[in-house]
Design a protein around this ligand. Structure first.
Ligand code: ZN
Length: 150
């Protein structure tokens, strides 16, 4: 599949990367239909050393293509949105509504995870990480789902 890869400040390329696939039974694979560029994407774009590579994009919308055996609330064909971070929904922090501090979570494009600026994403902890949108995939509705300005 195709996805963005960053090689350092100002050096982002669209390349062929391994296909997103289910690894854990709590995973889903989402085909990305929309991806945002967050201010946090711009930090590495402006300052990342040229010594490492990484994937970009941590805010995306897409259609669920497959789910693992343990996924209960997310179904194939649903339109979903992925928030800033991955969260398990079960740890002490998640139960307190502090998913950004999840003990078993992660970040898109880091920790071996896919990222949103690509054709598809493996989503860990799909039941907790993904939010189902109350609309079908409909371009006339998509403009409503844009990040709030801060
Ligand atoms: Zn958690």
């Amino acid at each position: 599949m195709r996805a963005t890869v960053i090689y350092g400040a100002g050096d982002v390329r669209v390349e062929t990367v391994p296909d997103a696939r289910l690894i854990e039974p709590s995973d889903a694979v989402v085909r990305v239909t929309r991806a945002a560029i967050c201010g946090s994407d711009l930090w590495p774009y402006k300052s990342m050393p040229a010594s490492d590579t990484g994937r970009m994009g941590h805010e995306f919308i897409g259609v669920v293509e497959s789910v693992g055996a343990d996924v209960q609330s997310i179904m194939v064909g649903q339109l979903v949105i992925a928030p800033f971070l991955i969260s398990d929904g079960t740890c002490a922090f998640c139960r307190e509504g502090l998913q950004t501090s999840c003990l078993h979570g992660g970040r898109w494009g880091g920790d071996g995870n896919d990222a949103g600026q690509g054709e598809a994403v493996r989503v860990p902890h799909a039941d907790s990480t993904l939010l189902v949108l109350p609309v079908a995939e409909d371009e006339s509705q998509m403009a409503r789902y844009r990040p709030a300005r801060s």
